[in-house]
Design a protein around this ligand. Structure first.
Ligand SMILES: N[C@@H](CCC(=O)N[C@@H](CS)C(=O)NCC(=O)O)C(=O)O
Length: 207
């Protein structure tokens, strides 16, 4: 059985969502990154980078949430567009998530929730870029229900978690109705509901 090493975090949530969508059997192994368990030798033997999520399937160990999404999608036959242009768009969205949405939304969380000394300039800069991503996503969803077309793909799963908690980050979707509708469309999916409830009522994903 596959093992998912994770914690109550954005990148673990992505993988959980796909495991739920594909009805995959897995064992969840919590790694408490707030308590530093990611630095323990036992975990570093699994991921020397000291980060979650990690998916272990037999002797295959995979890190990087978007790479894990691609592998599960391929193995389970879910969430990969068949149309070649849509497939290419899906790959671009995964890179956009990892290079733009993830880092800037992550920095907003850091500067607004965790930093010991405030830095309003850094926070404003990351919020400004996050607002551009919101506008961009909203524009891209004008004529289609999901990022790559008519069906939900791993691009939607990858971009969803940070947007799900946008209010927690002090961001608004006012004026981004297409994106707001997309968010609701995904939240209503039974698999997304199960994944959002996975960490219990105290998780930031439960609202
Ligand atoms: N690019 C990686 C990011 C993984 C990552 O940053 N994980 C965080 C939690 S979401 C972590 O393990 N942080 C602990 C640490 O860096 O010490 C992915 O997409 O999986």
């Amino acid at each position: 059985m596959m093992q998912l090493y994770g914690y109550d975090t954005i990148n673990t949530l992505k993988v959980l969502m796909l495991l739920m969508e594909t009805d995959s059997e897995f064992e969840y192994v919590p790694i408490n990154i707030r308590a530093g368990e990611q630095h323990k030798p036992e975990f570093l033997a699994i991921n020397p980078a000291g980060k979650v999520p990690v998916l272990k399937d037999g002797d295959a160990i995979q890190t990087e949430s978007n790479a894990i999404l691609l592998s599960i999608a391929r193995d389970q036959g879910w969430g990969l567009p068949e149309n070649s242009n849509e497939y290419k768009a899906m790959i671009s969205w995964l890179f956009y998530q990892a290079s733009t949405q993830g880092p800037h939304f992550g920095q907003i969380e850091y500067w607004s929730k965790h930093a010991k000394a405030p830095n309003p300039e850094a926070l404003a800069q990351h919020r400004s870029i996050a607002n551009r991503t919101i506008q961009h996503l909203d524009d891209q969803l004008k004529e289609k229900p999901f990022l790559c077309g008519q069906t939900c793909s791993i691009a939607d799963i990858s971009l969803f978690p940070w947007l799900h908690i946008h209010e927690h980050l002090g961001l608004t979707l006012r004026g981004a109705e297409n994106l707001d509708l997309w968010l609701e469309r995904i939240r209503k999916r039974p698999a997304a509901k199960k994944a959002l409830a996975f960490f219990g009522p105290n998780s930031m994903f439960e609202k």
